[in-house]
Design a protein around this ligand. Sequence first.
Ligand code: ADP
Ligand code: MG
Length: 346
Amino acid sequence: MAQLILNHVTKHFGGGRPAVSDVSLTVREGGFLALLGPSGCGKTTVLRMIAGFEQPSDGSIDFGERRLSDAARALPPERRNMAMVFQSYALWPHMTVAENVGYPLKVRGISGSAWQRSVADALALVKLTDYADRRPAALSGGQRQRVALARCLVTSPDVVLLDEPLANLDQHLRKSMEETFRIFHERSGATMIYVTHDQAEAMALATDVAVMSEGRLMQMAPPAEIYARPEGAVVGGLIGRGSVLKLAVPEGAPRALEWSLLRSALAGVRMEGAGDGAVRDVLVRPEHVRHDGEGMALRVVSCVFEGERFALTLALPDGQSLKAYGDRAIMPGDTARFVMSQGWRL
Ligand code: ADP
Ligand code: MG
């Protein structure tokens, strides 16, 4: 099995903080990794180093037994059997859809019926068979993105690198394209690395999510695990909805905190450290806050109808705010009783 391995990879572009700092990660063959983080955190630079458009300043990148690059040498991009899809699609305007898709084959000297067959297969996969003779200008944004996908598929790459491929599409189209990516991944069997700053997209698509911040890898784990057990305030704040609260958590408390502990931790903060614990970041998900007559009386700051539920913002006694979901409307300014059924110490 050929794994893609980044081993202590750093990239400096000049003075100041490196664009990528000491990133180590392994993507299994056929895996689907989402690289998630705010703009400027180094995602594109990681992708470009994997593709071979940039060389690491330090560390190494391997594919299976093969060294792709380190600070001393680098295999050129065309010898890596990887394909990269850019946010801008980068289609040739003067070529038809079929010619665009088949271009990488032509470059490799493939023509005739082998060319026809590969292009037809790739177009069928992205459901563009009927558009083969059109030019890119006569396509919608979503169709152009599918052409770009088909073009990267024709050469059967080992690794497909996607840099925010849906960033230029509207919300409705993004949802249907997510499905196309999932099918594309299943059928191609390629290892995929998908860069996005949209955590919902990352969670929906990937088998593993890697969160980056300021050039560093903060955590890498399957979506459900990173959602339930985020490490640190950066990951906790970036993945899913929730409130990061400052609470006085006793020494030796578990990372998963129950209501009784949360309640006393909250009281500890109000007494400014009079509790027996240090003030820590605790993540509370909105689905873990519920109406309960036994709970704490909290003032509702806002209530937004979201269709299937109401999104509430509550004021804790010390002024911190807490997100919750409710099944009925509550007037802002009113008070109701709530229980936090669980929290997670970051
Ligand atoms: P992201 O894709 O997460 O938005 P990038 O990898 O594009 O982040 O950029 C990370 C950092 O590296 C940024 O501060 C950016 O300005 C810097 N950077 C990226 N490419 C270059 C380059 N070719 N020359 C100089 N600085 C660069
Ligand atoms: Mg980028």
